[in-house]
Design a protein around this ligand. Structure first.
Ligand code: ADP
Length: 274
């Protein structure tokens, strides 16, 4: 099984990703797609008069403050427009796709974190009513039932909390958890950059290979949300995924390019597992 995460950033075209995935499906290469939708959510939130609020946690990670109104807008964008758009496209390419949010059938579940300690202008603040969570369980039984029946999944946040509230979860970390739970040999994380760059402003500064034992050394290059991607990479490798590739969603055949090693490969250069 191959798990692919495609982001929701500016410049990402789902068309190429979907047609590449359809080719893999036709070749009987099994995959599961996890997708984002941050750009659509921001646009919708602004249009609805509830603009996004991004905060930096005390530990230095950037995240979206998700009050109830934001969560509902997030669901409209992720589970509505983006997920159904991807399913529609995959169906048109002959892929029997089903779109599920993490909360459907408790596909992705875990504890909610309702308070968020942030740093704003150098000061610590506590934000309440946050709908954010961490995934601690993946319903592989549900995934297996659907795949055994011939379906293919396109999955997105939110997840469901242990006390049954929809929670925003990081898509990269969700993909890492799913890859781990399914024993995936490869995890491909596609976004709007060629991979991990030593200089985020210079696309030619790509780091093409990282040995898993050296990964911590590379966190210093990651700014903003790239830090979470590296965290997801670390979790996936620790969970037994053989290889993670940070690839470019803007290319033609983005998935197959990443599978061939284009991007930042973290793991063994040739993956012999699974
Ligand atoms: P997505 O929505 O596709 O998951 P994100 O926007 O969360 O992607 O993360 C990708 C972004 O991370 C890039 O657009 C880039 O601006 C930023 N970034 C920060 N540091 C780096 C880095 N060292 N290398 C590459 N991208 C980086």
């Amino acid at each position: 099984m191959l798990v692919i995460k495609v982001g929701g950033g500016r410049g990402i075209s789902y068309e190429e990703v979907c047609s590449d995935l359809a080719e893999l499906h036709a070749k009987k290469h099994p995959w599961l797609l996890v997708h984002g939708g941050s750009n659509e959510t921001n646009a919708l939130a602004t249009a609805l008069g509830h603009p996004p609020r991004f905060v930096t946690s005390a530990s230095g990670y950037e995240s979206r403050y998700t009050d109830r109104a934001t969560l509902e807008i997030f669901e409209m964008a992720y589970c509505g427009k983006v997920n159904k758009g991807i399913v529609e496209r995959l169906q048109s390419l002959g892929v029997p796709a089903i779109g599920l949010a993490g909360l459907d059938g408790r596909l992705l579940a875990g504890p909610r974190k309702s308070t968020l300690t942030i740093v704003e202008q150098g000061k610590k603040k506590v934000l309440r009513d946050d709908h954010t969570g961490k995934i601690t369980s993946v319903n592989t039984e549900l995934i297996n039932v659907l795949y055994d029946a011939g379906y293919v999944l396109a999955v997105c946040p939110p997840a469901i909390s242990d006390d049954h509230v929809a929670v925003n979860v990081d898509g990269d970390r969700a993909a890492a958890r799913i890859a781990e739970a399914l024993g995936a040999c490869d995890l491909i994380i596609l976004s709007n950059v060629p991979g991990l760059l030593t200089d985020p402003e210079d696309e030619s500064s790509l780091i093409s290979h990282i040995a898993p034992s050296n990964l911590d050394h590379y966190f210093k290059y990651a700014k903003g949300r790239m830090k979470k991607k590296l965290m997801a990479v670390k979790e996936a490798l620790a969970g037994g995924v053989g290889r993670v590739v940070l690839g470019d969603a803007r290319l033609a055949h983005p998935v197959q390019e990443a599978l061939a090693g284009r991007g930042t490969v973290i793991g063994t250069e040739t993956n012999h597992r699974g």
